[in-house]
Design a protein around this ligand. Sequence first.
Ligand SMILES: [Zn+2]
Length: 412
Amino acid sequence: MKNEIIERFTSYVKVDTQSNEESETCPSTPGQWTLLHMLVDELKAIGMEEVTIDENGYVMATLPSNTEKEVPTIGFLAHVDTATDFTGTNVNPQIVEDYDGNDIVLNDSLHIVLSPQDFPNLANYKGHTLITTDGTTLLGADNKAGITEIMTAMAYLIKHPEIKHGKVRVAFTPDEEIGRGPQKFDVTAFNAKYAYTVDGGPIGELEYESFNAAGAKITIKGNNIHPGSAKGKMVNSVKIAMELQSKLPVEEAPEYTEGYEGFYHLLSLNGDVELTKMNYIIRDHDKEKFNAKKANLEQIVNELKVKYGEKNIILEMNDQYYNMKDKIEPEMHIVDIAYEAMKSLDIEPIISPIRGGTDGSQLSYMGLPTPNIFTGGENFHGKYEFTSVDNMIKATNVIIEITKLFEEKAEA
Ligand SMILES: [Zn+2]
C-alpha cells in the first residue's frame, strides 16, 4: 500500500489546484478541472461504478454493496483545491525515508529548514516516511492526502471482495478553501445516508462539533455640526459605536476564549462623526448561548435606538452556518463507528470541538450528517506542510474499517 499511496499523492500534488476567491466560476480555477478529470479516469480504472462529473466539477462514484445485508449508504469526501494563503505552483514533493528526528533541509540554497525546534510535533514521526515540500510552495496534503486515502481504500476494497461492505459513495469537490465547497454539492445525487470528510490533520483527529456562526453589520448615522455651535445638535456616530462596543461583555472576545467558549468579534470599525460602520461575527458552539448573544446585540442596538433615534442605527444580522453537532448527535453511532474503527487499529481518537466550520457544518444541515476524520498531514497552508505516509496508510485503513463496521452492525 505504501508505494501506491506515494505514487498517487505525488501525482495529485503536482497539479496546481489553488482556488481563487475573485473568480466567479465553479470550480474557481482551471487547475481544479485538470485534477477532477484525472480523478474521474482513475476512479474508472480502479473499477468504481457510476463515475460522474457534473457541470460544476463535482466528481462522484459508487462502490457497490457486496453483502446481502441492508447497510446504509455511506460517503467519503475530500476537496481538490489548495489554500489561497501560499503558492501551489510547481509543487516538488520530497520524500524522507525513515525520519531520524532531526532537522529536515527543505531547501539548501534558500536555507529553509523544517526543524523540531520550531515544530516539536516532529518528534511523533521518528521512523516514519515523510513527504515534505521543497520550501518554495505549500504541499497540498490538505486535502490531497484525503483524496489519496479515499482512492486507495476503494482500490483495496475492490481487490478484496472478501471484505463485506454496503454501498459506498465517494465525492471529490472543488473550492473548499474559499468556503464554497458544499454550496453546489448535489446531496440528492450523492444519495448517502451519512458521510465523512477526510480533511483533518494529525493522526486520531475526529471532529463533529463546530461553531454556530452569524455575522452582524451595524450602520450608525450621526449629525455633523461645526463644533463651535454644536451644543444640543451634534450626534457623533463614532461615539455611539464606542458606546455599543462598551456594552458587550469584555471577556467574550476571541482573545479571552478557548474550548467551548463563544465570542463577539469586532472585525472592523470605520467611521467619522457623520457615519460609522461596525462589522461583527458571533460564534458559539451552544445554540442557546448563540441565540442569547444575538439577542443581546439586538437589545443593545434597541436601547441605542431609543436614545439616538430609530432610523439612525441599522442592524443587519445573518446566520452563516451552524454547529454540525446538532445534526450529528441524533446519529451519534456514525462518530462511535469512526471511534471504534480507530481503536481497533490502535489509533487513539482525539475528539475536540472545531473553533470554526468545515464543509460538514453546511452538509450536515443539507441532510447529510458529516463528521471529519484525520488525513495524517500537518502545518497546512504553508511551506512547512508535510505528511506522514505511515499515518496516511492508517487513515486509509480507518476508511476501510468504517465500511466494514457499518456492514457488521447492520441487521442480517
Ligand atoms: Zn481542507
